[in-house]
Design a protein around this ligand. Structure first.
Ligand SMILES: NC(=O)c1ccc[n+]([C@@H]2O[C@H](COP(=O)([O-])OP(=O)(O)OC[C@H]3O[C@@H](n4cnc5c(N)ncnc54)[C@H](O)[C@@H]3O)[C@@H](O)[C@H]2O)c1
Ligand SMILES: N[C@@H](CCO)C(=O)O
Ligand code: NA
Length: 434
């Protein structure tokens, strides 16, 4: 049986998981593809105690792995965009295929990386970069290839979802849960990427590119994290029949593409509203198929390794094909990408949840309603009596119909200028996802 030799750069959570899965399932994988995948060289700053590297060359210099003439496929699992970028570019330049889980690298430098890979006729697999073990890249790139995609929306950061779930279900403190996510290997090296929505925006950038056939444009993504959410808003949302989730949304409109990451109220009865812990889920709506949903572990050692190994299997299966016969790296032919603009957040349209802390005096509700109606903003529902007064202030909690962000910002400025409104208005976007 033929053997393809592989080098792994980075042997931490994902690299360690990848080596273990490749070793444990070696026979099963060979039964699938008729070829053995053998790891011959790994690079890491320290040896992972969860791995057996017997018979494998170990180095702390990742470029040595790339330069090893036996290595035909380089797996980059270091993270970041300095050494990792060097490793990926060097591998491509040497005509080696690449697998990476590095969404930060691809979202920012992917256009350049995929162009270079095309020139050299090599593949770059990145299933593990988005939604961990869920094969969502494959589903969109191949399974939905007959569709014009309308929109997608996903819980695409495991750490953030784990934190929100533990806070909601067990009343745990934010920093305490974040520490646990770090211990479990879910968090990024810099966890602000997780909690400020940057990691989700990296992944959303990649998903939007393969869904709509547009270049990667991370700099145009609107990013809002979960650090500003309060227990009060989580509770009021529930009373209104919603759950708050940190969502990445990419939507095609007549004017362009919406690309945004932010906390979002979702009707509690939606499946995606009930995705908890480190689990991720991505909804994709296509013109032919309608809405589809992909669910699974979004982070962690072996779930992520599952995606890395699937990419290796795909590469080994198609490495002898003509490059033109393979699936296009970003799902669409590189010369057929569209220049539909990514819209600024002020041009995006959603419904809103508003919480207005106001003095409890007659007329305040009428003032609020008139500010909204003057701007053509319709109120869907309003809640005032089920909540307790705090410091003589009464929270007015309401849901609006869909409206452009710019108009809502203008309304919020007017609301905050009211004499009876005593604090910044809290606004959280709402999506029905039906
Ligand atoms: N942890 C997850 O659940 C998860 C899921 C999906 C994607 N990812 C991505 O996978 C990548 C790796 O993440 P991780 O969680 O496994 O990280 P990690 O910190 O656990 O592992 C990083 C590995 O790289 C090695 N390394 C660091 N600098 C190096 C250098 N200069 N030369 C050689 N080796 C070096 C470290 O020794 C370690 O073995 C990142 O891009 C991350 O975003 C992680
Ligand atoms: N830090 C990321 C890892 C998976 O990409 C997360 O928590 O989702
Ligand atoms: Na994936």
């Amino acid at each position: 049986m033929k053997t393809v030799k592989v080098g792994i750069c980075g042997l931490g959570t994902v690299g360690g998981g990848t080596l273990n899965v490749l070793q444990r399932n070696a026979t099963e994988i060979a039964r699938r593809i008729g070829t053995r995948i053998e790891v011959v060289h790994v690079a890491a700053r320290s040896v992972n105690p969860q791995c057996d590297t017997t018979g494998i060359t170990v180095t702390d210099n990742a470029l040595e792995v790339v330069a090893n003439p036996e290595v035909e496929v380089v797996v980059e699992l270091i993270g970041g965009d300095s050494v990792a970028r060097e490793v990926v570019m060097a591998a491509i330049d040497q005509g080696k295929h690449v697998v990476t889980a590095n969404k930060a690298l691809l979202a920012v430098h992917g256009n350049e990386i995929f162009a270079r890979a095309r020139d050299k006729g090599v593949m770059v697999g990145y299933e593990a970069a988005v939604a961990g073990g869920i094969p969502v890249i494959k589903a969109i790139r191949e399974g939905l290839a007959g569709n014009r995609i309308n929109w997608l929306a996903g819980i695409i950061n495991g750490t953030g979802n784990f934190i929100l779930t533990e806070m909601r279900e067990h009343g745990r403190a934010f920093t305490d849960v974040l520490k646990e996510a770090q211990t479990l290997g879910y968090a990024e090296a810099d966890p602000t990427f997780d909690v400020e929505g940057i990691d989700a925006a990296h992944k959303l950038t990649i998903l939007a590119s393969i869904a709509f056939g547009i270049p990667l444009q991370f700099d145009k993504a609107y990013t809002e994290g979960i650090t500003g959410l309060t227990a009060d808003d989580v509770q009021y949302a529930e009373v209104l029949g919603y759950r708050i989730k940190h969502l990445g949304v990419a939507r095609r409109t007549a004017e362009g593409i919406e690309l945004r990451v932010h906390p979002t109220l979702i009707p509690a009865e939606r499946l995606i509203a009930n995705v908890n812990g480190v689990m991720n889920a991505v909804m994709v709506n296509g013109d032919a198929v309608g809405s589809t949903l992909y669910y699974g572990a979004g982070a962690g050692m072996e779930p992520t390794a599952s995606a890395v190994v699937a990419d290796l299997v795909d590469i080994v299966r198609t490495m002898d094909c003509e490059p033109a016969e393979r699936v296009a790296a970003l799902a669409f032919q590189a010369d057929a990408l569209s220049d539909e603009p990514v819209l600024g957040i002020e041009r995006c349209e959603t419904a809103y949840y508003l919480r207005i802390q106001a003095k409890d005096h007659p007329g305040v509700l009428a003032e609020v309603a008139s500010i909204l109606s003057e701007r053509g903003i319709n109120i869907e529902s309003i809640m005032q009596k089920d909540v307790e007064e705090q410091d003589g202030l009464i929270p007015i909690v309401l849901l609006t119909h869909r409206v452009q962000e710019a108009r809502m910002r203008d309304a919020i400025v007017a609301l905050e200028a009211l004499e009876s409104v005593m604090a910044p208005v809290v606004r959280i976007r709402v999506e029905q996802l039906d």
